[in-house]
Design a protein. Structure first.
Length: 474
C-alpha cells in the first residue's frame, strides 16, 4: 500500500534518465511508496549538467560544477541514499519502446523490461548547423567539448574556437579558460540587439543573468575576443584534411576574417531527445519559436499516450533547475492518475514556479535565437548527413527535381538520416534546407519519424561466430 491508500505494490514504473529530472521523479515516487526501475546509459547518475567523473578522478565539485556545485552534491546525494534499495541500472541503453515494453542493452546483452507507467527524463543534445569543413577531426559539438573536460579532464585542442550561440557557448568557453585550456575566441551568431530586447525578461531571473554576465566578464578579463552577429563560413584544415587549422567567418556585413585554431567547439542551443517519447506513442507538435518538434504535454508532463510522462529538457529545453521541478511534477501527476493522494498545493506551487522559468526561457530564446538563416545558405557541396555523406545539394535536388516536399520522402530518395545517428544530428537542418528549397513553411515539410534502434547497437561477433553459415549443417 502507498501512503495515499491505493495498492501500488504491483505497479511497474520505469524511469529513463538519472539527470536532475529523473532524480527528482525517483525521489518523489519513493516518498509515496512506489519503487521504480531507473535506467540510464551513463555510468553514473547526474545527467549532463551534474555528470560525475569516473571513479578515481579527483577534481573537486567546485572545479567541475562551478556555481552549481552545491546543487550537484544534492542531486548526487539522492541516489547515494537509495543505494542497495533502488533498482537502478546504469550503463543501460533503452533503444526501443513498444507496447509497454522497453528494449534495453547493457554489458550482458539485450533485455526486455515491461512497464505499466513510464517517465521519460532523457534530456537534450547539442543543436548543430553544419558548415564546410565541419567533418574535419578537431571539430566537436559544444556539449562534447564540455564532456571531454568534465568527464575526462582534457581539452579538445590547444587553441579552441567557440562558435554558435546560447548560454552554453559562454559557459563552456569560460570553463576551458578557467581550466587553463587555450580559447581562440568566442563567436556568437546572436546580435547585441537580441540581448538588449531580451534584457527585461532575463533580468527577472536575477542570479542566472548575473552568472551569465560574470562568465562574459571573466572571458574579457582573460583577453579572449568575443564577437557577435557572426556568420560562420568554413573550417579550414591541413592538406590531408586531418587537422583543423582555422575558422573563417564574417561579422555582420563586414569583411571575411580568419581565426587560427586547432579545434572548433560548435553549438546553437539544445534540442530535446524526443525519440523515445515518439516510440512510446506521444504526439509531437511543431514549436514555431524554437523551430523544432516537441512532445505535446500538459502542464504536469502528461503525454498524449496513456501512462507516459515527460520531464526535464527531453520535454522542451528549460534548464536544470526547471528539470528538477518537472521531474517532481511528472511523478506527482503519475501518482495522482493512479489514485494516490498527493499534495495538490505542492503541484500548484510547482506549476507556478515553472511558469516563471518558461518566461525566462522565452527571454533566452530572444537573446540567443536559433540562426535559421544559416542552413538555407549552405553551399551545395556541404555535407549535411555525415553518416551517409549526403550533401546540401542532394536535398535541394530531391526537392526541385524529384518532387520531395516532405522529410520522409526526402529520406527515401537520398538516404538522409539512415545512418548511425538516425538523423538526431542532421534531421532539423535538413528540414530547414528542404523547406527553403520547396518554398514551404518549415512545419509543412515535417520531420523524420523516430524508429528503433534509436542509437547504434553492437553486432556481437561472438554470437555470429556460433551461428552456422548459410547452407552449413547446424
Ligand atoms: C552535453 C550537454 C552539456 C550540458 N552542460 C550544461 C551545463 O554545464 N550547465 C547547464 O546549466 N546546463 C547544461 N546543459 C543543459 C542541461 O543538461 C540540462 O538543462 C539538464 O541537465 C537537464 O536535466 P534532465 O534531467 O532533463 O536531462 P539530463 O541531465 O540530460 O539527463 C538525461 C539522462 O538521460 C539519459 N538517457 C537519455 N536517453 C537515454 C536512453 N535512450 N537510454 C538510457 N538513458 C538515457 C542520459 O544518459 C542522461 O543521464 C547541458 C546539456 C548538454 C546536452
Amino acid at each position: 500500500m502507498s501512503a495515499g491508500g491505493a495498492d501500488l505494490s504491483a505497479l511497474r514504473v520505469l524511469v529513463v534518465g538519472a539527470g536532475p529530472a529523473g532524480t527528482r521523479a525517483v525521489e518523489t515516487l519513493l516518498a509515496h511508496g512506489v519503487k521504480p526501475v531507473v535506467v540510464d546509459e551513463a555510468p553514473r547518475n547526474g545527467g549532463q549538467i551534474y555528470r560525475q567523473p569516473p571513479p578515481g578522478f579527483r577534481r573537486p565539485a567546485k572545479a567541475l560544477y562551478g556555481f552549481e556545485a552545491q546543487k550537484a552534491r544534492r542531486i548526487h546525494a539522492v541516489f547515494a541514499a537509495t543505494e542497495g534499495t533502488l533498482d537502478y541500472r546504469p550503463e543501460t541503453l533503452v533503444w526501443n519502446l513498444s507496447r509497454n515494453v522497453a528494449f534495453t542493452l547493457d554489458d550482458n546483452g539485450l533485455a526486455e523490461l515491461p512497464y505499466d507507467a513510464l517517465i521519460l527524463a532523457t534530456g537534450a543534445m547539442d543543436r548543430t548547423v553544419p558548415l564546410p569543413g565541419w567533418t574535419t577531426p578537431g571539430v566537436f559539438s559544444l556539449g562534447g567539448s564540455q564532456v571531454a573536460l568534465k568527464y575526462q579532464g582534457c581539452a579538445v585542442g590547444r587553441r579552441v574556437a567557440f562558435l554558435g550561440t546560447g548560454p552554453l557557448l559562454y559557459l563552456v568557453a569560460y570553463q576551458y579558460a578557467r581550466a587553463g585550456a587555450g580559447v581562440a575566441a568566442v563567436l556568437d551568431t546572436a546580435s547585441f540587439g537580441d540581448g538588449l530586447r531580451a534584457l527585461p525578461g532575463l533580468a527577472a531571473s536575477g542570479t542566472t543573468l548575473l552568472k551569465g554576465l560574470w562568465y562574459r566578464e571573466r572571458l574579457r578579463l582573460a583577453g579572449i575576443a568575443r564577437k557577435s552577429r557572426v556568420t560562420p563560413l568554413a573550417i579550414e584544415s591541413d592538406e590531408g584534411g586531418e587537422r583543423v587549422t582555422a575558422l573563417r567567418y564574417r561579422v555582420g556585413r563586414g569583411r571575411e576574417k580568419r581565426l587560427a585554431c586547432d579545434a572548433v567547439a560548435l553549438g546553437y542551443g539544445l534540442k530535446p531527445e524526443t525519440q523515445l517519447a515518439e516510440l512510446a506513442g506521444a504526439e509531437l507538435a511543431f514549436d514555431g519559436r524554437t523551430r523544432q518538434w516537441l512532445p505535446a504535454i500538459d502542464d504536469d508532463g502528461r503525454a498524449s499516450a496513456a501512462g507516459v510522462y515527460l520531464a526535464g529538457d527531453g520535454a522542451g529545453i528549460a534548464g536544470a533547475d526547471a528539470a528538477e521541478l518537472r521531474g517532481e511534477l511528472a511523478a506527482l501527476a503519475l501518482l495522482a492518475d493512479r489514485a494516490v493522494t498527493v499534495s495538490a498545493r505542492r503541484m500548484v506551487a510547482l506549476r507556478r514556479r515553472l511558469a516563471r522559468f518558461a518566461r525566462f526561457r522565452a527571454a533566452l530564446e530572444t537573446a540567443f535565437p536559433y540562426p535559421a538563416r544559416l542552413a538555407p545558405a549552405l553551399p551545395d557541396e556541404t555535407i549535411v548527413c555525415r553518416c551517409e555523406m549526403i550533401r546540401a545539394g542532394e536535398i535541394r535536388t530531391a526537392a526541385r527535381e524529384l518532387g520531395a516536399t516532405e522529410m520522409n520522402r526526402c529520406k527515401a530518395l537520398t538516404r538522409l538520416g539512415m545512418g548511425r545517428c538516425q538523423a538526431r544530428l542532421c534531421g532539423q537542418v535538413a528540414a530547414e534546407i528542404l523547406a527553403d528549397a520547396t518554398g514551404l513553411p518549415l512545419a509543412a515539410v515535417g520531420r523524420l519519424r523516430g524508429q528503433g534502434p534509436i542509437k547504434p547497437l553492437p553486432i556481437r561477433l561472438a554470437h555470429l561466430a556460433d551461428e552456422p553459415a548459410p547452407g552449413e549443417a547446424a
